[in-house]
Write a new protein. Sequence first.
Length: 132
Amino acid sequence: MNLIVCLDDKNGMMFNKRRQSQDRLLRERVLALVPGKLYMSAYSAKQFGENEKIIVCEDYASVAGENDFCFAEDKEISLENVNQIIIYRWNRHYPADKRFAFDLPARGFTKVSSEDFIGNSHPKITEEIYKR
């Protein structure tokens, strides 16, 4: 499975049961990156709108296949079946009470690329790709 997450500078994901931020150009980039199915919760799907790639499923991590993509922001995450992680960093520090609390090198992941791009509401978003 391929996992996609959005994080702040301290690996924060959510605060008070809400996403920290969102960006229209980041969503377009994610949809362009994913060649097939993109699984996510109903909460996450609200920001993406209608798209034939999006599969709304609350238990997406157990349903997604090896080559499928999952966008995670409001569910507990396990890296057990994950082969690739794509992290979008907001390059800001937001309040957070839910964090992505994994030591990726200790879990066997290596950063293979990092690229900055300009978002719609963020002057700089960083895309990092990690592979097992």
